[in-house]
Design a protein around this ligand. Structure first.
Ligand code: NAD
Length: 368
């Protein structure tokens, strides 16, 4: 059988630095676990603009639609701040998300025990936390029409429209249920059905998809404002949280910060499954290009590493190998390895990006 294909777009700033460590890990899986990938590297963001005058070349876009998964570092930086909006680095990323039709955004919030002190919540509330927020990414109030600022009488009115079709709700609900089956088998769907018609339809369609095709998954519904409270009160009650674009934007940032550092947070954006059941997929750390530390060997590669672990699990059906990589990360943290972002003022000297890569590779070797 042909090797699975992976397109790596390292991007700008710390993107190439963290991706270099992930590439070592990808090679490790090829050499030690008989799990070889056909990897292609290409440009995105400012790097693509420098080479081609566009933040995403058409050929790169075409490859992204063909490969089994795309792994992206980060885009952007002060060098590109004055570019025209149409060629800004972020446009490359937005084009990928749009043309791949990535409607399901997965943001895990996982708290490694060794980092529980970094959370602003009490240690026992977050230690061992492992939840996943599934956010609808391509519709809802950020896209609905009418939108704009209009004259109304003698003043102006700002309008955005929350709009969801049944099929849009249906497909993201399926993606949450599929995910739950590979995790704790529980979905909590969040909307505001008490005050919004789109929320009533959301609840109805999610329940219908559940009853028809996923009765074995435990489903509950919660108003999104209560969901926000529960996330900071007792986050471990959740497994998968399913929600719309707007509430997901807010709830996923809230959940992410339960766990501490931006350098630890992976994400995935998934589209429709192909004939083999494999969804179009883009994996990327939540953080940006961190121009303040780029080129200094200070970046934490773990967010990008954990994004690759998500690719192993959700694109390549290698859940055990994903767990192996996550366990290796957990072990190096438990052993005290810390990049600068994971350190308090009295914690001694941090290790470099490459040294963190070395430690994770050593932990992977030790796992055999
Ligand atoms: P950022 O995420 O790049 O950095 C915020 C802070 O977190 C910085 O102090 C940075 O040093 C630190 N940080 C981020 N990732 C880290 C890591 N892996 N290890 C250690 N420290 C880390 O956000 P920003 O500063 O607001 O944006 C910088 C640039 O990145 C901008 O051009 C922005 O548009 C872009 N951006 C890109 C993405 C993306 O590619 N998905 C996301 C957010 C921001």
């Amino acid at each position: 059988m042909a090797n699975p294909t992976l397109l790596i777009l390292a991007g700008d700033g710390i993107g190439p630095e963290v991706m270099a460590q992930v590439t070592r890990v990808i090679d490790w899986f090829g050499a030690k676990r008989d799990l070889a990938f056909d990897v292609e590297n290409d440009l995105v963001g400012g790097a693509a603009y420098d080479a081609h005058g566009t933040p995403l070349h058409d050929d790169t876009m075409a490859r992204a639609l063909e490969v089994d998964a795309v792994l992206l570092g980060a885009v952007g930086g002060p060098k590109y701040d004055d570019l025209d909006f149409s060629v800004k680095p972020e446009r490359g990323l937005l084009r990928l998300r749009k043309e791949m039709d990535l409607f399901s955004n997965l943001r895990p919030a996982q708290c490694f025990d060794a980092l529980a002190d970094f959370s602003s919540l009490k240690k026992d509330v977050v230690a061992g936390l492992d939840i996943m927020i599934v956010r609808e990414l391509t519709s809802g109030v950020y896209f609905g029409e009418p939108r704009g600022i209009f004259e109304e009488g003698n003043e102006r009115v700002g309008i955005n429209t929350q709009r969801y079709t049944e099929s849009e709700i249906d497909r993201v609900a399926r993606s949450a249920f599929e995910l739950a089956k590979r995790r704790g088998n529980k979905v909590c769907s969040m909307e505001k059905a008490n005050v919004m018609e789109s929320g009533i339809l959301w609840r109805e369609v999610v329940q219908r998809v559940h009853d028809a095709d996923y009765p074995e998954v435990e489903l509950s519904h919660m108003y999104a404002d209560n969901g926000a409270m529960q996330l900071v009160r007792a986050p471990k009650q959740f497994d998968v949280i399913l929600t719309d674009n707007l509430f997901g934007d807010i709830l996923s940032d809230c959940a992410a910060m339960l766990t501490g550092s931006l350098g630890m947070l992976p994400s995935a954006s998934l589209g429709a499954p192909n004939a083999e059941g494999r969804p179009k997929a883009l994996y990327e750390p939540v953080h940006g290009s961190a121009p303040d530390i780029a080129g200094q060997g200070k970046a934490n590669p773990i967010a990008c590493m954990l994004s690759f672990a998500m690719a192993l699990r959700y694109s390549f059906d290698q859940g055990d190998e994903a767990t192996r990589l996550e366990a290796a990360v957990e072990k190096v943290l438990a052993d005290g390895a810390r990049t600068a972002d994971l350190m308090g003022p009295d914690d001694g000297a941090p290790i470099s990006t490459t040294e963190m890569g070395d430690a994770i590779l050593a932990a992977l070797d030790a796992s055999l």
